[in-house]
Design a binder for this molecule. Sequence first.
Ligand SMILES: Nc1nc2c(ncn2[C@@H]2O[C@H](COP(=O)(O)OP(=O)(O)OP(=O)(O)O)[C@@H](O)[C@H]2O)c(=O)[nH]1
Ligand SMILES: [Mg+2]
Ligand SMILES: [Zn+2]
Length: 273
Amino acid sequence: MITCRARGRLRQEEIKPIVGDWVIYDLLTPDTGVVTEILPRRNYLERPLVANVDQVLVMSASTEPTPNLVLIDRLLVTAEYLQLQAVVGINKADLIAGEKGQAMQKLYQSMGYPSFFFSLREEKGLGELDQHLAGQVTVLAGQSGVGKSSLLNLLSRRQVAETGAISQRGGSGRHTTKHVELLPLPTSIGGFLVDTPGFSRLQLPEGLSSSQLNLYFPEMCQYGDCRFGASCVHLEEPDCGVKAALEAGLIAQSRYDSYRQLYLELWENERRY
Ligand SMILES: Nc1nc2c(ncn2[C@@H]2O[C@H](COP(=O)(O)OP(=O)(O)OP(=O)(O)O)[C@@H](O)[C@H]2O)c(=O)[nH]1
Ligand SMILES: [Mg+2]
Ligand SMILES: [Zn+2]
């Protein structure tokens, strides 16, 4: 590893290197250098602040902490909006009956997201997760305490990130991970994982409007045969294909509930300006 500082000119121009940047540097000693140029970013996330991301692994626990389905859907919408591949991981299979966790896995699988239900503690169910991470820069996202840092440690086969028990202080849980960190996966897998501190709230992307939200729910696009066509937002309109699919059990109630909540949140923000 080579520790670099940014050259003065970079700092003056207020281009700050962020995690995930590709840079050009001059080597000063065998393990220190000076960054002279930041290469153009393919993309970047604002929270966590990280550049050149390939995909997001949205993590949840099957229980402890209780899954926050709206947060999961918020992260999936954000990934869709940023055109990042999303993978879903439901951890702590050791803590609940199999069917309940499998139901969650199947739900996200059914809309096309590669989904896994596993126990990091028992090292079970991780099957092909490796293959989905191979050679990619993957950001781990999800509530505090779901096992993001634990996954990193398990895949690295050593303790690279601090993990912690959840404490209920203030009801928000404890955030063990304090900063964003990019860590290489073993060479047998290749690629990088970006560990991030958990959160319970996340602002939707700035450019996303309420009327477009349904485009980022893949299963809604599939059933969007509505009387009012593309202008239908699937809430109060008559003859709505999405609501028909919901009633027929083809769209999950939790997904529709998330959609409605996020729609109203975006709509209220739009009214404010
Ligand atoms: N029962 C059970 N506990 C687990 C499992 N995986 C992780 N844990 C525990 O869950 C707690 C939280 O794990 P972390 O890896 O620190 O969670 P995190 O997502 O990194 O949390 P933050 O850094 O706060 O965002 C730790 O006490 C882990 O030992 C699992 O498969 N089963
Ligand atoms: Mg952590
Ligand atoms: Zn509709």
